[in-house]
Design a protein around this ligand. Structure first.
Ligand code: KIV
Length: 313
């Protein structure tokens, strides 16, 4: 069963758990949805306390946390492991588990079973999966099982080999038309929301205005109903490449390097640990210990007297 979230005593009061309904309401009220990715407990705690509306446990974890070239190697077990960690840190944000490559493409039955595991075992509120018209049967079946589904159109990283790389999509009229049709089909199939990745801003705005469900853009301009970024990109923690659409709010990779170098220097120069980092012991206990252990100290005299005969190494 799902693990229970840890309740933080510093949590602000008056906030309510975000649901599919509140996300749809935000679109109707014109309030932009702020979504970010997380893969671990401390990041999840920080995101929830910062007030993000939704957290995606993205299969981007394959690249930014596990060091793979792309997301294709990520498994259901990888995803569930990280979803559970995030779940333990979150009380308010809406949690979306990303279905990994081959967890929903083989059959509708497998798609429903795997989607169910995200809710039943990892405590997610919804799942996300990539693709348009070719995924309608799977989406309908998952939604029929009572599981909210977020769609994902445009640059769909699990199709990187078919797309010929991580490149923007929907840039000619035919591709834009197809994407708009797919978006409408996903909405009709029951998706409660849609990620639009790396498509022209004016197309994303058009699609967003054509749907009643909220769109969440990444590299899709300001006309979407919400925005998502890969948190490691935003924090400057993933240095292999930074997509053009990323805004970096910190440079944590540099800060980490600085901290690690300072630690190495401190250890090498014996300035860490200092007294304040050490555990103390009452003097009288120490004196008693010394008296009782004196004969165990490896001195020349003790060795010659054979007092350590049983303890020699
Ligand atoms: O896996 C992920 O982080 C994603 C976002 C880029 C939307 O799918």
């Amino acid at each position: 069963m799902s693990t229970q979230p840890v309740i933080s005593p510093t949590r602000p009061t008056g906030r309510k758990k975000i649901t599919t309904i509140s996300l749809i309401n935000k679109k109707q009220q014109g309030e932009p949805i702020a979504m970010l990715t997380a893969y671990d407990y401390p990041t999840a705690l920080a995101l929830d306390q910062a007030g993000v509306d939704a957290i995606l446990i993205g299969d981007s974890l394959g690249m930014v946390v596990l060091g793979y070239e792309n997301t294709l190697a990520v498994t259901m077990e990888d995803m569930l492991h990280h979803c559970k960690a995030v779940r333990r840190g979150v009380q308010y944000a809406f949690l979306v588990g990303d279905m990994p490559f081959m967890s929903y493409q083989v059959s509708v039955t497998e798609a429903v079973r795997n989607a169910g595991r995200f809710l039943q075992e990892a405590g997610m509120d919804a799942v996300k999966l990539e693709g348009g018209r070719e995924r309608l049967d799977a989406i309908r079946a998952i939604v029929s099982a009572g599981i909210p589904v977020m769609g994902h159109l445009g640059l769909t990283p699990q199709s990187v080999n078919q797309l010929g790389g991580f490149r923007p999509q929907g840039r000619d009229a035919a591709a834009a038309q197809r994407l708009l049709q797919d978006a409408k089909l996903l909405q009709e199939a029951g998706c409660f929301s849609l990620v639009l990745e790396s498509i022209p801003a004016r197309l994303a705005a058009f699609v967003s205005q054509s749907l009643h469900i909220p769109t969440i853009g990444i590299g899709a301009g300001a006309g979407c109903d919400g925005q998502v970024l890969v948190t490691y990109d935003l924090l400057g923690l993933f240095e292999r490449f930074t997509p053009k659409f990323v805004k970096q709010y910190a440079h944590l990779s540099e800060s980490m390097q600085d901290a690690f170098k300072a630690y190495v220097e401190d250890v090498k120069s014996a300035s860490f640990p200092a007294v304040e980092h050490s555990v103390e012991m009452p003097d009288e206990e120490w004196q008693t210990f010394l008296k009782e252990s004196d004969h165990l100290i490896l001195t020349k005299k003790n060795v010659e007297q054979g007092m350590l005969s049983g303890n020699k190494r």
